[in-house]
Design a protein around this ligand. Structure first.
Ligand SMILES: O=c1[nH]c(=O)c2nc[nH]c2[nH]1
Ligand SMILES: [Zn+2]
Length: 487
């Protein structure tokens, strides 16, 4: 018997379409080829018509492996975490009595400095990467530490796990403690170049495209000397494909200190811009306190914002005006920002993004859509928007939206099978999440058409779900995690 050339998934599909819409359709067929790309999707195929549809697509039984979803399951695109710190995961839930600059000194730098020891990196990174995958994150933008060798370990582990990722070696040569600082701009740059080459030398994924990209990672303006930023400018200029990630305007004391360090520059975003670091593949984490002119500049440069609401709450940094950014047409994704954020889960981040938008709305007397057509200003973000930010929006921020972020023909199959155990609690396994068992049994929408039921499932998943409801995690068509991966 020949090996199947196509895997066809059959079941319900939830897929982001725009910032305010998503499709939720039952009985979809999704064909994924051997390279892990989606060949085609057909909606609303009755059980009795599956074989006929496959034949119409030119597929014989022997060509196809069918994965049929159970009741209570749906497929959706994997999450894109646009900002997190892999080495800070051991500190989750630690230090939230402090604000950013003190928190860095007291908790974060001491932990990150431990990665000087490559043995420590080898010990802790495997379970950290596993945690992100189990949470449904198919693409993750990781900050590493300043250490070249430990960052290579992180890249190796992510690579062998099969996760798609951007990974950056942190640049920091000033305003850091003596035990955790780079010795010179030159050594920072040469280690950065070595890391970029290393990541680019890793074997590609099933489609022959890389799964892991290096990302230039100046920690933030405060921790980079002018000389270092100038060298990063040259590096970025000579390599326009290279992604860039950094922090911006997270905390008011940080903003104030940055302005003192750069008295001649108009604002924080202007500092990065003056070093050529604001461009279409730049990811700006936090952006809580951007001034109007900065918003215009970020928009003009087509840079993306990583909204990190959990961290912004924990460190009392502030509440980012995401509705305003969306109305202004900025690219926005979500970031877990471990360990400022206390969870590696994008579901938790979506919940906090919802709460953050509600806080903005309550503080500003929510109004109906203003006459000028702004949709998001001072409004609680709708479910569709939360879904979009966690998937397609993140993909846009990473400039990977041609490939990932939604499930469409030609894109990679980076997807989750979510299991909310809708049928009845007797089918619930030891891995399942009791918070979700009751969906159709008690839900008033259970007797309606599949769309509202699916909508209810999505909402429950976002607000009550966790790793136990993520049955499969696929990247480029390959199963890399989820509860079914371990059984
Ligand atoms: O949330 C944050 N976490 C960090 O590690 C960091 N470094 C600079 N600015 C930062 N913000
Ligand atoms: Zn961060």
């Amino acid at each position: 018997m020949s090996t199947p050339v196509v895997t066809v998934y059959y079941g319900s599909l939830i897929n982001p379409t725009t910032l305010t819409t998503y499709e939720a359709t039952a009985n979809c067929l999704i064909a994924v080829n051997a390279q892990g790309n989606i060949d085609w999707i057909v909606h609303d195929v009755k059980d009795s018509s599956v074989q006929e549809t496959l034949l119409q697509k030119g597929l014989l039984d022997t060509d196809v492996a069918i994965v049929e979803l159970r009741e209570g399951q749906f497929i959706m695109p994997g999450f894109v975490d646009t900002h997190t710190h892999a080495p800070q995961v051991p500190n989750l839930g630690t230090g939230y009595q402090s604000e950013l600059l003190d928190w860095l000194e007291k908790f974060t730098f001491p932990l990150e400095s431990k990665f000087q020891d490559v043995g420590f990196a080898k010990e802790v990174y495997p379970s950290i990467v596993k945690k992100f995958i189990a949470s449904g994150t198919t693409t993750c933008c990781y900050y590493g530490t300043l250490h070249l060798e430990s960052n290579k370990v992180l890249a190796d582990i992510v690579h062998s796990s099969g996760q798609r990722a951007l990974i950056g070696k942190c640049n920091m040569d000033r305003h850091c403690p003596p035990y955790y600082i780079e010795s010179s701009p030159n050594s920072s740059i040469s280690n950065t170049q070595a890391f970029i080459s290393y990541v680019r030398s890793l074997p590609p994924g099933p489609s022959n495209e890389p799964l892991i990209y290096p990302v230039l990672t100046p920690r933030f303006a405060i921790s980079c000397s002018n000389e270092l930023l100038s060298s990063l400018k040259s590096l970025a200029h000579s390599d326009t494909q290279l992604h860039i990630q950094t922090h911006i305007a997270e905390n008011l004391k940080e903003v104030q200190f940055t302005k003192e360090l750069y008295p001649d520059v108009e604002h924080y975003a202007g500092v990065y811009d003056s070093y050529g670091l604001l461009r279409t593949n730049t990811i700006l984490a936090h952006a809580v306190w951007l001034e109007e002119k900065e918003i215009d500049l970020v928009k003009q440069r087509k840079a993306g914002i990583s909204h990190c609401p959990t961290s912004n709450f924990n460190l009392r940094s502030g509440v980012a005006p995401i509705g305003k950014y969306l109305d202004r047409g900025l690219k926005v994704g979500l970031g877990t920002d471990a360990s400022g954020g206390f969870s590696p889960s994008m579901l938790v981040t979506m919940r906090n993004a919802s709460i953050a938008s509600t806080v903005v709305a309550l503080q500003n007397n929510p109004i109906n859509t203003p006459a000028d057509g702004r949709k998001f200003i001072n409004r609680q973000l709708p479910l569709a928007t939360l879904l979009y930010l966690a998937t397609k929006g993140g993909a846009e921020v990473c400039v990977l939206d041609k490939q990932i972020g939604s499930l469409e023909p030609g894109k990679s199959f980076d997807a989750l099978i979510v299991d909310v155990h809708t049928s009845d609690s007797s089918t619930a396994t030891k891995n399942s999440n009791p918070a979700l068992w009751s969906i159709p049994d008690t839900s008033p929408i259970s007797s309606l058409s599949p769309q509202p039921v699916l909508e209810g499932m999505l909402e429950k998943f976002i607000f009550c779900g966790d790793d136990r409801n993520i049955s499969a995690v696929y990247v480029q068509g390959k199963l890399i995690g989820g509860t079914s991966y371990y059984t």
